[in-house]
Design a protein around this ligand. Structure first.
Ligand code: MV4
Length: 451
């Protein structure tokens, strides 16, 4: 059992973890950069320690500083949140070598899923449906062209070490292959120092459906349904919901059971997300994220579980506190990401918050580290809050979202709040009729020019 946990993160997710610790009677340690001395996570934690200068490379991404902070404060475990150190296998190994516990999967599981080819091979072997494509890496353009002929165009070229859409290129015909292949390679080399690529059949209008899974590292595992995160801009999600508006109970049970079995067979430990593209009633595995995700609260809302509490329990060596039969969906939840960004360009907008008022009432959760007078530093990502609403059904969740957005006040900086007011006027959003391209197509119509 842990007495004290160090949270290697900042912002709303640090608060999220501190809250779980407090409910469990576990002391919390915040780490912060010099730029974050006044941040809410520092105020809310039981203790705090400065781990370096403003630049994340030297603070939130500095393994030695984080591990030293554990030694100094006597924290026994590290919760990484999302981003930063959450999917860094070398860091996890280092944490374990220092006799500390990483609250998350093993270094080996992170490594396997971090390499997209190994991840796909592993999932395929475990019976998870995958996008048809190359067997492993594709060495050269000639091999790529052969695969194009075998599967038919369009195909997509992806970086093995990619993620977030980096080094991804579509080829619509053999004529486009040479250029697409070389560009994908070069971008991947530049971004991650690895130029291995693989090929898949390109799905033209899928939805992004991800399954929440949870394992206890002993072979027990469950799924907690899906989230539809299709509304994205440049691979940044903006609106997420659970359950998926187009997924039936039967489909959920079927793909959920496949995912839970895979995670159990892997003896995976902790929270994970298995990402799929969903088109014409079929699921196609693309990637697995070995962390707690930004959008986890929509799953918490409809299942009534505390995923962070469960992460901590599993890291302590307990088995899961629920089985598949204990899990049932109640209603519908939607999350919108409030970013300090100016629409329509989404340019970052750091600065001082002159007024802040969080919405409340039945079915409303606002996860944010903002407070009146706080200055959003320019060094980190622009997420400043997540508004999560829960209703008995999708329409109630949408009405509640509209009502809560009306109560929310964030003054002093530009935010994505106007984007959500506008989206709630769109029939396709109201009916759930969207795919991964909907938002970018809608933004291209310049919906804010009149406003
Ligand atoms: C795809 C695809 C179509 N076909 N793979 C984008 C990021 C990475 N996680 C996977 N991505 C995609 N893979 C095949 N075979 C389309 C995308 C994609 C996408 C996926 C999810 C959400 C938004 C997206 C936006 C553009 C492209």
């Amino acid at each position: 059992m842990f007495d004290k946990i160090l949270i290697a993160n900042r912002g709303e997710i640090a608060l999220r973890v501190i809250r779980a610790c407090r409910e469990m009677g576990i002391a919390s340690v915040a780490v912060h950069s010099t730029a974050d001395a006044d941040a809410m996570h520092v105020r809310m934690a039981d203790e705090s320690i400065c781990i370096g200068p403003a630049s994340s490379t030297d603070s939130y991404l500095n393994p030695a500083a984080i591990i030293s902070a554990c030694e100094i404060t006597g924290a026994q475990a590290i919760h990484p949140g999302y981003g930063f150190m959450s999917e860094n296998a070398r860091f996890v190994q280092m944490v374990e070598d220092h006799g500390l516990t990483f609250i998350g999967p093993s270094a080996q599981h992170i490594r396997v899923m971090g390499d997209k080819i190994t991840a796909k091979d592993t999932m395929k072997e475990l019976g998870v449906p995958c996008v048809p494509g190359s067997e492993g890496g594709v060495p050269d353009v000639e091999a790529a062209k052969q695969i194009g002929r075998d599967f038919g165009y369009p195909v997509i070229i992806k970086a093995t070490a990619g993620g977030g859409g980096r080094g991804m290129k579509v080829a619509n015909s053999e004529a486009e292959m040479e250029r697409a292949f070389q560009t994908a390679r070069a971008e991947s080399k530049a971004a991650v120092g690895n130029d291995e690529v693989y090929l898949e059949k390109y799905l033209q209008r899928p939805r992004h459906i991800e399954i929440q899974v949870f394992g206890d590292g002993k072979g027990n595992a469950v799924h907690l349904g899906e989230r539809d995160c299709s509304l994205q801009r440049r691979h940044q999600k903006v609106f997420e919901e659970a359950p998926g508006p187009c997924i039936s109970e039967e489909e959920r049970a079927r793909i959920g059971a496949v995912c839970a079995k895979a995670v159990g067979d892997l003896k995976y430990s902790g929270a994970g997300t298995i990402e799929f593209l969903y088109e014409d009633g079929e699921f196609y595995f693309i990637e697995m994220n070995t962390r707690l995700q930004v959008e986890h609260p929509v799953t918490e809302a409809i299942f009534g579980v505390d995923l962070v509490r469960e992460q901590i329990r599993v890291a302590e060596g307990y088995t899961l506190s629920f089985g598949q039969d204990d899990l049932a969906i109640n209603g519908h939840a939607i999350e919108v990401r409030i970013n300090a960004e100016k629409v329509p360009n989404f340019s970052p907008c750091p600065g001082k918050i002159t007024q802040y008022h969080a919405p409340g009432g039945l079915g409303v959760r606002m996860d944010s580290a903002l407070y009146q007078g706080y200055s959003i530093p320019p060094y980190y990502d622009s997420l400043i809050g997540k508004l999560i609403v829960h209703g008995r059904d999708r329409n109630e969740a949408l009405s509640r979202l509209n009502r809560a957005l009306g109560e929310l006040i964030v003054d002093g900086v530009d935010t994505t709040i106007p984007l959500f007011h506008a989206l709630l006027q769109e029939d396709d959003v109201l009916t759930g009729d969207y795919n991964i391209h909907w938002l970018e197509k809608w933004l291209a119509k310049d919906p804010f020019s009149a406003a």
